[in-house]
Structure formats: structure tokens, C-alpha cells
Design a protein around this ligand. Structure first.
Ligand SMILES: [Zn+2]
Ligand SMILES: [Zn+2]
Length: 479
């Protein structure tokens, strides 16, 4: 008995060591990630400080392009008619694996990297969706992959797409429409989050527009009968849309903000504007709801004796999942492993969690875990322009815990954690997982074929048409 226990004690550490060294690719990725960590961190920190909005990511894109070109990538700036978009490539033959790199911040979410809500002095905007980490992680992965291709001599090409204006600007939709993904075999991406998961998921298709109403200005007290209020039309439209909500398919999301409601109560507003998003898991449902929305806008204008026009600003398809790729991402993520907080990170997490409620407090610690893989495909209640890429080329994405578990995207808590080492640990896990996945795919061309077969089967019979139609990128949608 005693001998048995001794043997067991000996066997466990040996097995652990053997497992860590079992996969030379994992060891390669870890070593390379360590050597590129400071460059990835610099990208993340700089973008976080600059917090540039959609299609205005001038400094962010310049830094990203500099890093890639310094490492021997061929960079083409300003692709698809978007000044801040770019394509960077390395390699001449073999399968093309593309990494997507987002970079835009969100308006009005300035926040310090602290556990209490405090605006960052001199900043209006914030990286509340973690796209600064998205950029650093994608580029970190690309540098590792390039080294692997050079050292292994395997045929393969790596490409990075710098994709601006994800938040409402649909940057990737124009890049896809331009045919930039036509020669790509596989697209990989990731997104910051509050958990580690490689599960395949879908998302909501989305169409958005600003509805602009034009009325007649007049003194609101002295000559109200002479005026026709554009704000009345906005209110009538919102009222009818809110009644429509009862009669829409499950899973629909409709939301709006009034972006212009007039200047002063004593002037009948001759102009008012409302910005709408309509979302559903099915692009067809979005289109049918869109027809109803425009009918309502016309009715609101008619009833208030005003005039309306609208400008579509964005449109994205739902994500087309790919289980073949997701399974590979999951096994790569497990090889790299979950996230350990240092004691100062634990203190930050414990301080910020109560601002997110009891559930978040209980969730702290789950950043060590990786969500179990499943073939069940959930619909994530948000939209992304990665959706349109996923209808051009087999695509897979992961999420990692760059925020304290329990943190929702688009919150000040996301900006705060994203500005600390907590955000960078999630970025490191993502970059390593993407790199290891690409390496495994170059090694197994049959898996790339299998992912393509699944892709062709899932999109069979569906006619992809961009929801933005023929319009050019709305480069000034954040003005
Ligand atoms: Zn977002
Ligand atoms: Zn995002």
C-alpha cells in the first residue's frame, strides 16, 4: 500500500511535466508570445489612450501598420475606400489564413483604469468593447505565425486585415464587398469578453439608419399654428415603433436614440433626427421589419405634416458558425490554459465586482476556466460585421476574459479592466490560441478542406446580399 502511494506521488509530477512538453507547437507559441508581448502591449496601451472612433482611427491604424511592416509584412493601406482600413500579408504560397483586427472605440465612455467610475482626464471616448486588445492580440498572433511559417518551411500565408468602424460603421462589410476575402481560405478572429470560450455561436443581423424629419420653424408661443414640429414626427415614429414591438418575431431587437431633438423649447423644431437599429437572428426578418419601419416613418411625417428621408449607416449579417474550426480553436485554447490573476489583479476584481451586482461577485475566479465545448450553437444577442466575413469564408472566433467576470461589454467597467494587466492577460490568451490554431491548420490541410465543406453546406441555397446595399462607407457617421 505504502509503495503504491509513493509510486503515485512520483507519477503525477512526471505526468504533468510530460504533458506540458508533449506539444512542441504549444511550447513554440508560448516562447514567441513572450518575445512579442511588449509589442502587443504597446499596441493595446496606445489604442486605449487614443480611443479613436469609427473611421477616425488614424493613429491606431498607423501604429498597427508600422509594427507589421517592421516585421516584414507587405502592407496595403486604405483598402475598400476606407482610409483607416489595411491589408498586411506575408508568404507567397499555400493556404491563406486571415486574422481580423478591430481598432475603434465607443463615444462618451471615457474611464480611468480604476475600480471606481471616474472619467479619464482629457478623454471623451473609451474602449468599452476592448478593440484595442483585439488589435494587439491579432497582431501578436500574426507575428508568431510568421515566425512559424519561416522556421517550419510549411506552405502557408498569413494575412492581417485592419478592420475599422465595427461599432455601427460596418467596416468589414465594405471590405468583403470589395472582394478582399476572395482568396482567403480561413478567417480567425476573437473578441474581448468576461469569459474564455471557443464555442461556435451565431449573432443578430442588423440594419441601422438615421431618420431625418424636416418641419417648419415658428415661435412656439406667439405663432404655434405656423409651425410644424420635426420633433413631433420623431415622437410619433417612436410611439408607433414601440406599439409594433408586440407584433414582431421572437428574438427581434429594436432600439433608438434621438440624435437631434431641436434647439430650444420656444422654437418649433424644423429639424429632428432619430437613429435606429433593427436586429434579428435572420437577415430576411430584418429586411421585413425594415419595410415596416420605413412605412412608420412615412406615416409619422404624413400625420405631422413634415417630410422625412433616411440614410442607412450600417448593415451586418448574422455569424455563420463553423464547428470544425471552433473545435480546433477549443483544443488550442485548452492547450494554452485559462487566466491566473496576480494578487493586485485579484484586489481590482474584488473591488469592481460589487459595482456589477452579486452575480459578478460570485463569478470572480472563473477567468481560470474555459467554457465547455458544445455542438449546440447559441445566438449571441449582439451584432458584428464579422458576420459578413463569415458568409465569404469559413470563419471562427473565440472570446477571452479581458474583463473581470460578470462585466458587460459597453460599460465603464470594461474600459477600466481593458486598461489594466487584466485586459492584457486576456489578449495574450487570445493571441496564443489564434496562433496555435493557425499552426495546426497549416499542418493539417485536410482540416481546412473539412471546414470549407461545412461552410459550403451551411450557406447552400442562401443568397448573400449586403444589407448596406450599394452605399459607400459612411466615413462621417461619428461626426
Ligand atoms: Zn461593441
Ligand atoms: Zn466589439
Amino acid at each position: 500500500m505504502k509503495a503504491g502511494i509513493t509510486l503515485l506521488l512520483l507519477v503525477i509530477p512526471l505526468f504533468t511535466i510530460a504533458k506540458e512538453h508533449a506539444d512542441p507547437d504549444t511550447a513554440f507559441v508560448r516562447n514567441k508570445m513572450a518575445s512579442y508581448q511588449s509589442e502587443a502591449d504597446t499596441i493595446a496601451d496606445s489604442l486605449w489612450q487614443w480611443a479613436e472612433l469609427g473611421y477616425k482611427e488614424t493613429r491606431s491604424t498607423a501604429l498597427m501598420q508600422d509594427v507589421l511592416s517592421n516585421h516584414g509584412f507587405t502592407v496595403t493601406p486604405g483598402v475598400a475606400g476606407i482610409p483607416t482600413a489595411f491589408e498586411a500579408s506575408f508568404g507567397n504560397e499555400g493556404p491563406v489564413i486571415a486574422l481580423l483586427a478591430e481598432m475603434d472605440a465607443l463615444p462618451g465612455l471615457s474611464q480611468q483604469p480604476s475600480a471606481t467610475k471616474q472619467k479619464q482626464p482629457g478623454m471623451e471616448n473609451g474602449h468599452a468593447c476592448g478593440h484595442h486588445l483585439f488589435a494587439g492580440g491579432a497582431i501578436g498572433a500574426a507575428l508568431i505565425i510568421k515566425d512559424y511559417l519561416e522556421q517550419s518551411g510549411l506552405p502557408g500565408q498569413i494575412r492581417v486585415y485592419g478592420t475599422p468602424a465595427e461599432e455601427g460603421g460596418s467596416g468589414k462589410v465594405y471590405m468583403a464587398r470589395e472582394g478582399l476575402f476572395d482568396d482567403v481560405d480561413i478567417a480567425l478572429h476573437w473578441h474581448p469578453g468576461d469569459r474564455n470560450s471557443a464555442r461556435a455561436s451565431s449573432s443578430l443581423a442588423n440594419k441601422s439608419a438615421k431618420f431625418r424629419f424636416y418641419g417648419v420653424a415658428a415661435h412656439a408661443a406667439a405663432a404655434p399654428e405656423r409651425g410644424r414640429s420635426a420633433l413631433d414626427a420623431v415622437e410619433a415614429m417612436n410611439m408607433m415603433v414601440n406599439l409594433m414591438r408586440e407584433h414582431v418575431p421572437d428574438g427581434t431587437r429594436i432600439h433608438y436614440v434621438i440624435t437631434n431633438g431641436g434647439a430650444a423649447p420656444n422654437i418649433v423644431p424644423d429639424f429632428a433626427e432619430v437613429y435606429y437599429y433593427v436586429r434579428s437572428p435572420e437577415p430576411d426578418v430584418v429586411l421585413s421589419l425594415w419595410d415596416r419601419l420605413t412605412t412608420i416613418a412615412d406615416a409619422a411625417a404624413m400625420g405631422t405634416e413634415t417630410r422625412v428621408d433616411y440614410e442607412v449607416l450600417g448593415g451586418t449579417w448574422n455569424l455563420l458558425p463553423n464547428l470544425t474550426l471552433a473545435a480546433q480553436m477549443d483544443s488550442s485554447m485548452h492547450a494554452i490554459g485559462g487566466i491566473e490573476y496576480s494578487s493586485s489583479e485579484q484586489t481590482f476584481a474584488k473591488d469592481i465586482a460589487p459595482t456589477l451586482g452579486n452575480k459578478a461577485t460570485q463569478m470572480v475566479g472563473t477567468q481560470k476556466d474555459i467554457e465547455p465545448f458544445s455542438e449546440v450553437i447559441p445566438v449571441w444577442s449582439a451584432s458584428t460585421d464579422v458576420g459578413d466575413v463569415s458568409w465569404q469564408v469559413p470563419t471562427a472566433g473565440i472570446r477571452t476574459a479581458t474583463w473581470v467576470p460578470g462585466t458587460p461589454p459597453h460599460s465603464w467597467q470594461a474600459v477600466a479592466a481593458g486598461g489594466t494587466t487584466i485586459g492584457k492577460k486576456g489578449m495574450t490568451l487570445a493571441a496564443s490560441t489564434l496562433a496555435l490554431t493557425a499552426i495546426k491548420l497549416y499542418q493539417q490541410p485536410e482540416k481546412i478542406k473539412k471546414a470549407n465543406a461545412e461552410f459550403n453546406q451551411r450557406r447552400a441555397g442562401i443568397d448573400y446580399q449586403p444589407l448596406v446595399g450599394e452605399r459607400q462607407p459612411a466615413l462621417n457617421y461619428r461626426d
